[in-house]
Design a protein around this ligand. Sequence first.
Ligand code: ZN
Length: 151
Amino acid sequence: MKCPFCSHPDTQVVETREAEDGGFIRRRRRCGGCDKRFTTYERPEVSFPSIVKKDGRRIDYERAKLSGSFQLALRKRPVSTEQVDAAIERIEDKLRTQGEREVLSSRLGEMVMNELKKLDKVGYIRFASVYRSFEDVDDFKNVMDEVRTPG
Ligand SMILES: [Zn+2]
């Protein structure tokens, strides 16, 4: 790592310490050029992959959108918020643990379908029937918004 003071390329770690909550590693470094000291923090990256849409656009993963799709598919169905949250957690775990930088929106849609299949048949059919023809969670939401009737 370069020195932030003089840009010298050679800096040495003089001390490494794990933070008390274990969330990150703190390192004290000393510059071989100017002898100044500085601290760096190292933490694991737990960000979500980008979602690649059918048209190739990349968007950020948003839990709210995923949650919205579940809510629409399961509207007036006997499925608790806790069940939906658990399903979303399972999807997020998969997204994080596969370690990919991006995931196709169609793949995300399949994950949603798999979870809905376990939760509620009607919700699954609602989602699958619309989703399969659009292959995009956002499109599903748009269509469901359009066909939504008051009450
Ligand atoms: Zn320096």
